[in-house]
Structures are given as structure tokens and as C-alpha cells.
Design a protein around this ligand. Structure first.
Ligand code: AMP
Length: 121
């Protein structure tokens, strides 16, 4: 499967579609999910063109991987939900068909602001 340049997150990265931005650096962009499933529902995406976590771990540079992982905690802290200052959160990444992935650009969901309940519903 090739990377789809016209997926919605690619358009957000190119500035063609607006987003409610939370954080941005050289490696990641984070914004609020358009259809929140919890009190806080953010998304974080790498700036590089990666379809999902398998593609990312295989093809991304170490700098990109480190930048992405660190980005998750930076965003959680900015949202006021990280475990050092608050009560924590959940990350989740859907991968391909059986994972239920809808947008084919790697993203982690960040859920919090309340007890987010059982792991899989
Ligand atoms: P997934 O099923 O893991 O691929 O999740 C895709 C997520 O992207 C869903 O939670 C959608 O609500 C969210 N989404 C789709 N379009 C947008 C958008 N334009 N801005 C923010 N979030 C979006």
C-alpha cells in the first residue's frame, strides 16, 4: 500500500484544511479530534508520510521515532492530563483494516480529562 497524499491528515499538514492545533514541532502536529469520544480527545501525527505504526517503525528515522514518542507526553502535559501533573490518559493507534484505521496517516489518539473506562469496548 502506498501513502495516499490526499488523506485528510496530509491535507491538514499542508494547511489545506484547518485544525484546532494543540502543539507542533519539527516532528509532530497535534490537534483536537473533530468527533471527540471522550472529554479530551486529541490526535498526534508525525510530520513524515507514514501510513501506520508498522510503516513508521520500519521506515522512520530514529529522530522521528523519538520525536513522536516524546511528542505524546508533551501534548498530554499541554492538555493538563499527564501523569506527573494529573491523573493520566490513554493512547490508542488503530492499524489497518482489523485495527479499524480510517485515516491512512499514522496517528495516536489521546483520550483523557475523565476516567476513560475499559480498554476495549
Ligand atoms: P482512525 O479510525 O483511528 O483512523 O481515526 C480517525 C480519527 O480522525 C477519527 O477519530 C475522526 O474523528 C478523526 N478526524 C477525521 N477527520 C478529522 C479532521 N478533519 N480533524 C480532526 N479529526 C478528524
Amino acid at each position: 500500500m502506498n501513502y495516499d497524499e490526499n488523506n485528510i491528515f496530509a491535507k491538514i499538514l499542508r494547511g489545506e484544511i484547518p485544525c484546532k492545533k494543540i502543539y507542533e514541532d519539527d516532528y509532530v502536529l497535534s490537534f483536537h479530534d473533530i468527533n471527540p469520544q471522550k472529554k479530551i480527545h486529541a490526535l498526534i501525527i508525525p510530520k513524515g508520510k507514514y501510513i501506520n505504526l508498522d510503516d513508521f517503525s520500519k521506515n522512520a528515522s530514529e529522530k522521528e521515532i523519538i520525536g513522536f514518542v516524546k511528542g505524546i507526553s508533551i501534548v498530554a502535559k499541554k492538555l493538563g492530563i499527564s501523569s506527573d501533573i494529573a491523573r493520566g490518559y490513554r493512547t490508542l493507534s488503530n492499524i489497518s483494516e482489523h485495527g479499524g484505521q480510517e485515516v491512512p496517516h499514522l496517528h495516536f489518539h489521546i483520550f483523557g480529562g475523565e476516567n476513560v473506562g475499559k480498554m476495549v469496548q
